[in-house]
Design a protein around this ligand. Structure first.
Ligand code: IMP
Ligand code: MG
Length: 180
């Protein structure tokens, strides 16, 4: 039986209310950082960041555009492949622009590291990163988002856009997977 077929329950970890409050605070900081920008390109990493980016941009009082990038993921497992491939590239150019990369979770760090290197190579004016969640104890590559919503322990989490084998993305809160 594959790991994703084992029965599990979801224990609540971070409430929708706590997430909303944190996003409001983070957006204050992001606005200070990018004050005066003529256009900020907010880049969501698909698919896990789609709920986060939706809430984030609605709190941002800045001129923005939204674009998406899809990097290879876990597949249906719970372990990083450590080899990052770009499955869908940005639609627009970012040269000379301000860019904010939005990620759901920084885990081993391979994804964020790869994406930063790729986008830096396109010579943006400013490139900053934000991750809703960070699991610092899991890090294998030295990378840290400029802004982090919550640091969490080494648990497998779902909800608020984040999946386990494509399930549970629609939960309004973050919960941890516990096998039963
Ligand atoms: P990294 O390359 O190991 O840092 O992995 C980052 C990606 O792995 C994130 O964008 C998530 O899509 C996925 N990921 C990491 N931890 C979890 C988790 O606890 N639940 C679901 N997906 C996760
Ligand atoms: Mg992801």
């Amino acid at each position: 039986m594959g790991v994703s077929e084992r029965p599990y329950v979801i224990d609540r970890m971070i409430s929708a209310k706590a997430i909303a409050a944190r996003i409001e605070a983070l957006c204050g900081e992001i606005q200070s950082e990018f004050a005066g920008t003529d256009k900020l390109i907010v880049v969501g990493l698909l698919r896990g960041s789609f709920v986060f980016i939706a809430d984030l941009v609605r709190e941002l009082d800045l001129p923005i555009e939204v674009d998406f990038l899809e990097a290879s993921s876990y597949g249906d497992g719970m372990e990083s492949s450590r080899e990052v491939r770009i499955l869908k590239d940005l639609r627009g150019a970012i040269e000379g622009r301000d860019v904010l990369v939005v990620e759901d979770i920084v885990d081993t760090g391979y994804t964020m590291h790869h994406v930063i290197r790729l986008l830096q190579g396109r010579n943006p004016a400013r490139l900053r990163t934000i991750a809703l969640l960070d699991k610092p104890t899991r890090r294998e590559v030295d990378v840290k988002a400029d802004w982090t919503g919550f640091e969490i322990p080494d648990e497998f989490v779902v909800g608020y856009g984040i999946d386990f084998a494509q399930r549970n993305r629609n939960l309004p809160f973050i919960g941890k997977v516990r096998f039963t």
